[in-house]
Ligand binder design. Structure first.
Ligand code: PBG
Length: 334
């Protein structure tokens, strides 16, 4: 015989998960992952000159700035609550060579930018990229010999770059090159030069990805021959990511990174479960471009997609997210 209750509970369920989704306040109470401005790192592009900004064609609303304008952009970001920037330079072709010499020029664009930013916005964490590609005539992350990217010779240059960036005032250096042994060598080089407090964010699990295309447009740094598959990782691999992370932590990485993010959420999760240092994920240029393009077509709701995407990266295990959406998100979260 049906009880009075069975009309309102025909399935006779004890557990009804929808109870916790009934009202906005309840949903907020049980939300597990919340994106905050503290999770964000803002990658920025700097170029030579004065009073100029150029939109990157494949990255709408994202610009290369001359240093004077970049300082304003960085100050804006800091005022919105963003704690850190990652700095990338556009280097003139005539300054590029196979050894990436311009990368450790004390008067180079990167070094001048660090000094100026640390003077004008001293509280923001300045993270610098360590790799040869923006400075390389071949557009590769290392020194090229007979079509091969040399490991140990490249690492020696990476150490010089890191020390030079630390000297200019970088708070953290971020080797994105994927050479073997570079984290240990850079840690030793920084320590020997007295920069024991300069940290290392290691691009540990960095995949050979087509998602970097727009970034290479931004820096005019696409490889002149071949691809990056002899140093960046195969998208089909997971165990290899763990090996890289393990080595980087052993060698002294303060933070490890998975890159790209969106197509590599499983890697973020696995690294997070293993790692006892914070995990960063890089929401790379191609991921940015896809969202922007679809939004410009009116096919998706940009703001909602951005928040959902970054929240998912955090849910996957990212403690920090490098994203070109950083300022936009900081505004949305206000
Ligand atoms: C270079 C570097 C790349 C990115 C960051 N550092 C490109 C590459 O490895 O070719 C990509 C960032 C992005 O796509 O947003 N070492």
């Amino acid at each position: 015989m049906p009880s009075a209750n069975s009309t309102s509970n025909p399935l006779d369920l004890v557990q009804r998960p929808r109870r916790l989704r009934r009202m906005a306040a309840l949903r907020r109470m049980v939300q597990e992952t919340q994106l905050t401005v503290n999770d964000l790192i803002y990658p920025v592009f700097v170029m030579e000159g004065e009073d100029k900004k150029e939109e990157i064609v494949s990255m709408p609303d994202c610009y290369r700035y001359t240093l004077d304008l970049l300082v304003k952009e960085v100050a804006d970001a800091y005022n919105l609550g963003i704690n850190a920037i990652a700095l990338f330079p556009l280097v003139a072709d005539e300054k590029k060579d196979n050894q990436g010499t311009e990368g450790y020029n004390p008067e180079g664009l990167v070094q001048r930018s660090i000094r100026t930013i640390k003077k004008e916005v001293p509280e923001i964490v300045v993270i610098t990229d360590v790799a040869l590609d923006p400075f390389s005539s071949y557009g590769h992350d290392g020194i090229v010999e007979d079509g091969v990217i040399l490991n140990d010779e490249t690492v020696a240059v990476l150490v010089k770059m890191s020390v030079s960036q630390a000297e200019a005032g970088a708070d953290m250096v971020a080797p994105s090159d994927m050479m073997d042994g570079r984290i240990g060598a850079i840690r030793a080089g920084l320590d020997d030069a007295g920069y024991t407090d300069v940290g290392i964010i290691a691009y540990s699990a960095k995949y050979a990805s087509a998602y970097y295309g727009p970034f290479r447009d931004a820096l005019e740094s696409a490889p002149k021959f071949g691809d990056k598959k002899t140093y960046q990782m195969d998208p089909g691999n997971t165990d290899e990511a763990m090996k890289e992370v393990e080595l980087d932590i052993e060698e002294g990485a303060d933070i490890v990174m998975v890159k790209p993010a969106l197509a590599y959420m499983d890697i973020i999760r696995r690294v997070k479960e293993y790692s006892d240092v914070p995990v960063a994920a890089y929401n790379v240029s191609g991921e940015y471009a896809m969202i922007k393009a679809a939004a410009q077509k009116g096919w998706i709701d940009e703001k909602k997609i951005v928040l959902e995407t970054l929240t998912s990266m955090k849910r996957a295990g990212a403690d920090l997210i490098l994203t070109y959406f950083a300022k936009q998100v900081a505004l949305m979260l206000k």
